[in-house]
Each structure stands twice: as structure tokens, then as C-alpha cells.
Design a protein around this ligand. Sequence first.
Ligand SMILES: [Zn+2]
Ligand SMILES: [Zn+2]
Length: 319
Amino acid sequence: MKIIPISLPTPFYIGPVNVYLIAEDPITIIDTGPKTPEATQALRDGLRKAGFTVGDIRRIVLTHAHEDHCGLARALRDEAKDAEVFVHDWETGHRAGRLEHEESLRLLVRAGVPPDELQLMRKLYDDVRQYADSLDEEHCTPLQDEAELEFETGSLRVIHTPGHTPGSCSFIREADRTIIAGDCVLKRVTPNPILSPDPIDPTRRFRSLAEYLVSLARVRSFSPTLILGGHGDPVHDYEELFNRYIRAIRERQTQIIRLVPGDGATAWEVSRQMFPDADDVHRFLAVSEAVAHLDQAHTEGKIALEISEGRDFYRALSA
Ligand SMILES: [Zn+2]
Ligand SMILES: [Zn+2]
């Protein structure tokens, strides 16, 4: 069972995205790249080099519904004459037109993001959504944890690895313990748990960092020999990377706890202190990261949390 990486350009800060072609019946592509002419062309070239065309694709499997990964899913599905699209049920992103959007905005208000910044984030969001076509619910097959995607000479097992997003999935080929991990494991960056509504109760925040830590440990439990991430080079030494992630997460938590004052601050205020120079999309990523760490610190009993006038205030305990 051959796994062929194809690198596609994206208009995003993160740089190119890796999609993976499983060159065996049923021909499967894991992630699709963003909806841009450049990514479409690069994908066609990559498929051709491997001896295939878009029309040969029978399955489109999405690690998660961020634009750089799912953007072309709909177009490929249509061109490949109803190839089956697989995505986890908790992945609300572009699967159904971003229903979560209003709920995400509510979460940002609770995190203390001021109205003018919200307007800016809304505009950024509208800019980003052009890079993906929405997928209708009835066109998606849900990915189930532990399910097997069968191929002619092998299979990939689905591992639900929430954290980066609630419905993020990875795929393991057990024969050689190779894992295709989307944005759960990236060689050069510690992936950011993105602020998301809880898929079961959208009025709540998804406990992204807590879930992410569990997912990292779960990936580790497979003793992977090779991890193919959504961006950057493959990871050969996950153990080392795992420890680096854990260290970085602990350091960030310590740093964030120190920024929490005795009289309380919102996640937005903490994020502005932590990353004063962050601009546009990075302000969103910064507040996302602050919320994730503050919630985790609160869960661990290291800081207090109070809700006042519809916003969450985190307070140092020792004040
Ligand atoms: Zn992502
Ligand atoms: Zn990505």
C-alpha cells in the first residue's frame, strides 16, 4: 500500500500543505489542499506523476475541516463523479457551511475580545472562507474512531485525535506503524488548539488543550516509526517531538499563569500581553492559545475563573 505525499501551495502563513495519495484501490486522497488555482494545478500534477487523474479518486478523507486541508473536497468530489467524502462528525468547519461561526463569535466575546477586534476577525474569517467550498451533510460519511479504511493490500485505521480541532483524525497503517496525522503532529511547530465550540454542547468551549494532550499520548501509545504531518517534513522520532511538545506546553502554561493578575483579566487581555506585536490572524491564534491554556490552568486548580457581564475573568489564586 503506497502512500505518496503531494505538497500543495497555500495562501496561508503556515506555507504548503501535504496531502497523501493512497495509490491503491480504492484510490484515496487524504486531505485536498485549499481552493486555489495553484493548489488545484499542483494536485493535478502530483496525481499525474503518480499515474492518476482526479477522476480516479474514489475516496476523499479529511483529517479536519480547515481550509488548507478541505478546500477542494467538494470540487474533487464532483469531478471524480461522487467520490465518497469522509470526515469526523465533530468537524463542523466547512463541512456544513461553518455553522459553528456564530457560536465561535460568542466564544470570542466571552474571551473578552473587544467589538472592533471582533469585526476584524469576522472580516478575516470571510477572507479565509473563499478557500473552501462547503460540503453538505448528506455528502459526508462520518469517520468513526477505530474504523478501518480497507485497501487492496492493507488498511488504515482511524484514530480520532481531537485538540487542534474537535474532529481531527489521524490514520495508522499498523503494518509499519506509520501515522498520517494532519495538524495533530507537525515537525516544526507546536500545533495550536483552536478555540472551538464543544461539538456536543456548542454553548461551551471545547477543552482543546486537555483533549490535545490526550491525543498526543494516544499517538505515542502506537510507538509510531513515521508520522506524516499536514505541513512540513515527516517525523521519524516522535518520542523526542512528544517530549518537546510537552515541555513547550508546560512552559507556555507557566508563562501564561504569571500574566494572570490578582484582580482578574480576560483571555484577550492576557493574549495581548503575551503577544503584543501579533497582527491580524495571529491575534485570533493568540487569544485561542490563551483560552486553551487558561482553561487548562483553571481545570488544574492553578487559577480562578469568574464570569462577569458575559465575559470570563481569570484571576491569580495567591492574591
Ligand atoms: Zn488545521
Ligand atoms: Zn493545516
